[in-house]
Design a binder for this molecule. Structure first.
Ligand code: PEP
Ligand code: MG
Length: 537
């Protein structure tokens, strides 16, 4: 009997099902050899392949609306750009490159000129690369890489997805998302939750599981074979709990319930869900596709748009957290053997302080434009000296309230010294778990270790809570642990003073806190600390 059901890690709630669309693997660079046997004939394949790609893009534009339709029409025109096609043909007939490689190299030349031109033109680099990959795939008879254009609502199946791919998904077309790789705190999972798309990651055997249709349960982690003729099931979400909008325990111990945002639509969703402010604004999510460093004016406008819905409310803006699983083209480090342990987060700013200074200037201006009560915090801080370095620069930029994230075990152990030099800390449990358990947050095989209930992680949070109490300064949690309504009570019992999460979790967490007294939370924290859950189930 073939398997009818697989299981993975449920990362975004809701149940949905429908036809499967597979995300093709990246093609890689086409080889330069062997040279074509008949260069003229090989060159003659390019124009028809480009025409097919353009036609597909135009068809898609016809069924899309607004900005998406405009982008698709422009991209279709790029595919049949005579200059691109003539250059590719020349590379085949004169330089004797195979047609796929010729298209790759010709498009590369165009992309470099666009990047050098800067501004609006530089933003078209991704589009020309997209066109390039589509024509190359057509010439090779392969599926175009990346997220395919979905003709109708479908379940997306992939080995893994880049954050930029996930951010661009249309929740109206993507019924659910299932990946073979990825962990509960990977950015794909975080973005799927923000978009309200049910998702299951780390599903072993998924890519060999031959199914025309799937039913995906983002609450239990089960992925079942479904009848392809059965009607599409759109996400069924749990009924949201009742909450009065003021975060506190039953005995009025105040714990702010805040939103995690990375875009204007996230900000609106957080306000609609009742967020009392923002505990984590991931600024890098504004620029996942940016080919070059956005100017101060562009950054100011992007940040002000996200801050706008929170005028008069507290918002913690995190400075760019680039690197490892969130690469930004304009902050790419030298190749590293272990990017998660390399130059990422604040470490990028040590090498390029100008980038941080320009960002802080833009944040300060956006704060004034929007009327939000803005604080800033730095990602990936390891020592009190690093925290002080950052706080000094933030204060010189005119941002008086500064903090840092605690995501590295060394920083958790030095929380007291760190709180001597900043106004608050916020615990990034996603990375803190990754580094505590030495378990890559993107890797399905070690997903069980990225479990925020594991006592070793809770003990580190307890240390941070104690340091916060001793310093009389706030300790937030903005990792995914804060979005678990039961764990939220444990975190409060460990001394955490605010919780920040995706919009979908806000009401349930607010309601959960309201049902327990502070003493209940402390008792639940003691239980969780003592619970021996040291081995993965
Ligand atoms: C974290 O690491 O917990 C965190 C909130 O930051 P990010 O998920 O963006 O790395
Ligand atoms: Mg982090």
């Amino acid at each position: 009997m073939p398997e009818t059901r697989l299981s993975g890690v449920a990362v975004s709630p809701g149940r949905a099902g429908g036809p499967v669309v597979r995300v093709a693997e990246p093609l890689g660079e086409p080889p330069r050899t062997p040279p074509p046997v008949d260069p003229a004939a090989d060159a003659a394949r390019i124009e028809p392949a480009a025409a097919i790609v353009a036609r597909r893009l135009e068809e898609l534009a016809a069924t899309s609306h607004g900005e998406a339709a405009e982008i698709l029409t422009t991209t279709a025109a790029m595919a049949t750009d005579p200059a691109l096609i003539r250059e590719a043909e020349r590379l085949v007939t004169v330089e004797e490159l195979p047609a796929p490689r010729a298209v790759h190299d010709a498009a590369g030349g165009f992309a470099r000129s666009l990047a050098a031109a800067g501004g609006y033109l530089a933003e078209r680099v991704r589009d020309i690369e997209d066109v390039r990959d589509r024509i190359v795939a057509e010439l090779l008879g392969a599926a175009p890489p990346g997220v395919p254009d979905l003709p109708s609502p479908s379940v997306l199946v992939a080995r893994d997805l880049a954050p930029a791919d996930t951010a661009g998904l249309d929740p109206a077309k993507v019924l659910a998302l299932v990946t073979e790789q990825g962990g509960p705190t990977s950015h794909t999972a975080i973005l799927a939750r923000a978009l309200g798309i049910p998702a299951v990651v780390a599903v072993r055997g998924l890519l060999e599981f031959d199914a025309g249709a799937l039913l995906v349960d983002g609450d239990t982690g089960y992925v079942e074979r479904a009848d392809p003729r059965a009607p599409v099931v759109t996400a069924v979400r749990p009924v949201s709990a009742d909450w009065n909008g003021v975060g506190s325990t039953a005995d009025r111990h105040r714990v702010k319930v805040l939103g995690n945002v990375g875009s204007t639509s996230d900000a609106r969703a957080a306000v609609a869900a009742g967020a009392e402010g923002v505990g984590l604004f991931r600024t890098e999510f504004c620029f996942l596709d940016a080919p070059g460093e956005p100017g101060v004016a562009e950054q100011r406008a992007a940040y002000a748009a996200v801050l706008g819905p929170f005028a008069g409310k507290p918002v913690v803006v995190r400075t760019l957290d680039a690197g490892a699983d969130k690469p930004l083209a304009f902050l790419a480090p030298e190749p590293e053997p272990n990017p998660a342990l390399g130059v990422r987060g604040l470490r990028v700013a040590f090498e390029r302080p100008g980038v941080l200074e320009r960002q802080l200037e833009a944040i300060a201006a956006a704060a004034a434009d929007s009327g939000a009560e803005v604080s800033v915090m730095a990602p990936m801080v390891a020592t009190a000296q690093e925290a002080e370095w950052f706080a000094k620069r933030a204060r010189s930029a005119g941002i008086s309230r500064t903090g840092v994230m605690i995501e590295v075990p060394a920083a958790a152990l030095a929380a007291g010294e760190i709180l001597d030099v900043v106004d608050f800390v916020s615990v990034g449990t996603n990375d803190l778990a990754q580094y505590t358990f030495a378990a890559d947050r993107q890797l399905g095989a070690v997903a069980a270790l990225n479990d925020p209930w594991l006592p070793a992680l809770l003990r580190l949070i307890e240390l941070i809570g104690e340091a916060g109490r001793a310093a009389g300064k706030p300790v937030g949690v903005c990792g995914e642990a804060a979005a678990d309504p039961r764990l939220a009570r444990v975190l409060v019992g460990l001394g955490v003073t605010s919780l920040s999460m995706n919009a979908a979790a806000i009401k349930a967490v607010g309601a959960s806190l309201a049902t327990a007294t502070l003493a209940d939370c402390e008792a639940q924290a003691r239980d969780a600390l003592a619970h021996r859950k040291d081995a993965p189930a």
